[in-house]
Design a binder for this molecule. Sequence first.
Ligand code: HEM
Length: 476
Amino acid sequence: MTDSAAHAPATGAARPATLPGPRRAGDRVRALRGLLSEPVPVLDELGERFDGTFGIRLGPMTLAVVGNPAHVADLLALPTDHFVWGHVANTLRFYVGDGSMIVSDGADHRRRRGAVQPALARRRLDRWIPMIVAETDAVIDGELAAAAAGPVDLFPIGRRLVLRIVTQALFGPELAGRTDELDALIEPAKTYLEQPGLRQLPHPVPGTRRARARQARAALDAVIDGEIARRQRAGDSDGRDDVLAMLLAAGPDGTGELSMDEIRDQVVTLIGAGFDTTASAVAWTVLEAASNPTIWTDLRAEADAVLGDRPVDALGRAELDALEVAASVVAESLRLHPPGVFTPRLTTRAIDVGPYRVPKRSMVLWSPYLAGRDPATWPDPTTFDPGRHRDPTPEQAAQQRLALAPFGRGPRQCIGFALAQMELTLITARLAQCVDLTLARRGIPPAYGMVVNRPLGGVPATVTPAAGAATHHAAR
Ligand code: HEM
């Protein structure tokens, strides 16, 4: 029996129960400290002990971790006005800006999100399929070919690839050559936001991490403004299909939906939310898939059949949809290693999840990581088995739908989920088609990172061209 069984109300009881969780002051402080610095070990320990959902009392406040799949489903089905995202403890605001959708609520959130949504709608994403495969090919033929002599860490290579793809999706091809500069402008924010919450209290002291993050944000704004000015000078705003073009069309010169500050804030948000998350997922997916020769062989057979040596410009939705093995490998990677192990929101009223009552003004951390490892849904949960996503029984499929939520659900679901899934599927398939990877380490490393969960030690591997890969290469 997990400890939570002791706290659940007797069958038929009308009153919701108090959240189970560590009670002794020392245990609560230790759990809190872990959650705010290296959360995975705490989630593993307390998730198992309390069946996925638990609370930590901090004076008058409760920190509620919700990871049991049924409770996550209850939570994500509640109306958004039961929560706020733009609360004072949301330290993201400092970097993404007051106008960002990610720190907005109510009508502001709907308007800001609504302006971005059409640019990331599934049917519009299809046009980026050739670009994503071509960028992957450039990495295979460039950095990976050059690294053939010995082990190389694939993590930074994958990260640069994702940044090039996200940059092109947001700005078109012009800024793709400046990804190192963009990376350098994102880094200070990442370093700042990875610090424990107490170190992120507002202060104006120069020379600190906070000051560097602020300067980097100003420099990033200058890059965005420069690109807008370049478009205006060149008169090439029409006919573009990148996200910035669509925001500008809906912005001050278009319908007036977003101000210029709001446009900058959405662009910075999309870079910030869309880049390191996807890069981490690429790393975990490659690690898991390359650790299992059968999976890599299955991926290659599928990619040979679907992508073959067709020119990248001929690739589209039909090919993406046919990459079923690759999609199942990605789903399994996101189940076991969701880049965001939890996502915070503050309750505006008391809410019920499963048998438990979460008080008003609680900080809720709902956890796709715990839901993805729920032993009642996923037999042998820590085993990487893409097969579980292919042809499940209707009963299993229904259970899995509740428990697989790496991107969240409902009106606050990740706005970039379709782009991320597309990138991950195409990158995984193309890599498996063209190279063999011999990992330098045995086993899957532990995770680290608070904002984004990454493999400790990266992905060191020796890369060799796959037999027959020259044929694909020649055709590209
Ligand atoms: C594997 C990659 C990714 C994962 C796992 C991921 C996961 C998530 C999660 C869990 C949320 C929060 C849902 C909630 O609050 O309940 C979220 C929100 C968000 N994501 Fe992603 N994301 C990924 C990639 C992307 C990409 C590629 C973009 C954009 C290009 C993006 C942009 C956003 C934005 C803007 C939000 C806030 C949405 C809102 O507040 O309405 N993400 N993401």
